[in-house]
Structure formats: structure tokens, C-alpha cells
Design a protein around this ligand. Sequence first.
Ligand SMILES: [Ca+2]
Ligand SMILES: [Ca+2]
Length: 409
Amino acid sequence: MAALLAPLFRLLLVAGLLGAAGTRAAYDPSTAYYASLPSVAGGDTLKTALHNLIDGHTPVSSYTPGVWNALRILDEDPANSANVLLLYGGDSRAKSLQDNGTDTENYWNREHVWPVSRGMNSNTDSVGGRDLHHLFAADKSVNGRRGNLPFTDIASGGTADPEAPLSLYTSSAYEPRDADKGRVARALFYMAVRYDGSDGVSDLELVSSTSVSGAQMGNLSALLAWHRAFPPDEAERKRNHLVDTLYQGNRNPFVDNPLFADRVFNNDSPFAAWRRPHFTAAELANTAVAGDAADPDRDGLPNLLEFAFNLRPRASDAATAFASPALALLPPAVAGGAPRLGLTHRRHRYASDLVVRYESSVDLVTWAAITPAATSVVYVDALTDRVTVETPLTGARRFIRVRVDRTAP
Ligand SMILES: [Ca+2]
Ligand SMILES: [Ca+2]
């Protein structure tokens, strides 16, 4: 793959979008958590590596009362600590209306997004039956109507759930409301990776169909589309972190890094996974639109750089050019030393198939690599870092550029 070059002016164009540095969110994974994973490989190689990372978790102590108590915390309504928010309907329901075995319609109970009848011998006390990453508070009768139905888009003939009217069902499938589509998909991705036949749970598998049997769930292709359309929000990321830190000691990787889904289930490279939400299938086949060097939004940033810097390939990122310095003159590190140049850019935290390098030239013809004297990384948001590299300023006046290459197709 030919090197992709971004001359200095492009660097300056993205500078305005650096934004204020945020504080690393308390519910981000540690930088070490995913460090052992393959940087490029996807498919079963990555699936196995993720499995090895998240298995062996500590199950919550019991289904009763352990899961009840956990859901009272995990699904608590941020606006009312006496209530939980319910999956599929979004209602805020009093924690005190926890199902006590009576038939009262308005009680809430424990919804298994991956049904225990599909690979867990209908055992809610199994390790999978108690796994909080796929358990959510739900209205008791809504939960009953969902039953063990697979999920998919219901194009026609669906019935709106009377108590969760934005969710639809038929005799063979369930379609959650948009607000829950993404987290339902990611809960299922987690289960398919976490359970491989060990820990008393069958090898859970997702298939691109609603005709499921045994330990299967679906519909994978719809779930992937939902995942791309509805990425994790702050509430979902916080919940993932709480399951990790308060209970299980493991995370849902698909919440932390959305690129994992298409990498595992479509064997995509990170760059290929990043492109999918931005381009139609026809566009993905057209390198003039979706290729590394293409610039469909004509903002001067080829797609590979849009990914490397976590920008938008279908919307101009040049509008706020020069609002913030990408280059800064820094004082000498020691008295009497050479002044330093600080070069700052955004970086997608999970662009693990890209290599970002820095080069300088006096004539724009011959370029020499710059080895930064120091690099600092500042948190911007869930997927973006702000990187500043420092280099001594000595010798002749030079041009500096950022260079982004792919390590694999
Ligand atoms: Ca562009
Ligand atoms: Ca753009």
C-alpha cells in the first residue's frame, strides 16, 4: 500500500477540531486492558483473544438476590434513585415494584437478552444466566412477550408492544425500540464471545437468521447494523464499567471499542470496520469514494486520515481551520538548550492498523524521519486522544508533515 502523505497545511486544517481536552472518563478501560490483543487480525483469531481476555470473570454471588441487587444499581434511573429504567420501554419504575411472584402487570423483573433457553439449559443460576452484561431490568409482561425470540428488523406485520409501544414483535422475532437496539446487539456480541462451551454454558453463536436452534441467536446482520447505527452512549459505557468494577472484573469489549464488532463478525481490519457506518455497500466497493486516498467530503483529508484522527469522512472538518495551534514553539527543555517544536494532532485510540509517523524536509523533496523527543497523550473523548510530539528545533528552516500508513490491507 502506497504511503499516504499529509503535508503541513492539512495538519493545520485539522487543528481547529482538536477541541478541549477532556478528563479521562472514570468508566474508560485502563490502557492496559486491551493491550494484549492482535492489532490487525480479526475473525476467529480476535474472537478467541477477546474470549481469553474476558473469560474467568467473577459471577455475581447468586441469581437471587444477587442479580436483583445488581440491577437496582446498574439500571437505576439517574433522575430518580428510587427507580430503575426498563429495557424495551424506557419506563422509570419504582425499585419497590420488583417482581415478587404475583401476577401484577406493573412489576419489573430480570430480562435475559440472550435467553437462558438458548444454550444455558434454562438455568438462570448458571454462570451465563447470572452474567450482568446481558441482564437488564424490564417490565414483567414486556419481558414475557419478548420471551426467547431472536431479534431482527420487522418490516411489516409486527405488533407494537402495548407496554413498550416503540418495540415490535411477531410470533418469530422481536425488534426493540431504537434507543435499545445498540445495547441489545452489544450484549449479544459479548455473550457470543464470552461463552465457548466452557463454564457449564454451551458455545453461544450468532447467526444471520431468525431461524435459530440450540445455542444460537440472531439475526447477526441486523444486530451489526443496529450496532453501527446506535453506538454506545455514556450511560451504556458507565454500566459496562460498573459491571466490571463492582461485580465481574470483566468488560464488554464491544462497548469500549465499537470497531471490534465488524472485526470479529466480518473479519474486518480496523479501518474496514470504521468505514462501514459511513459508506453504503456500493460505496465500499468504490475506491474513489471509500478508498484510503479518497476524499468524498472534499475537506482535504483523505479517508485514511479521517480515521487516523477520528474525524468525519462525510462532513467537512476544515470549517474551523486555524482555531487552535497544531504547531507550538516550546521553550528549551534546559536553560541554554534548543527551543522545541510541539506538534499536536488527534488520534483514534483504536486505529491499530495505522502507523503515524513524522517527517521533516528543507526542500519538500527529500523527507527525513523525525523521532520525537517526547510524546504526550491527552484524553479527548471515548475514542479520541490528543497527541503532542516534541522535537528540538535546530538547523535550517524545515517543513514538517504527518504521515499515515497502513500496516495491512
Ligand atoms: Ca475527507
Ligand atoms: Ca471530514
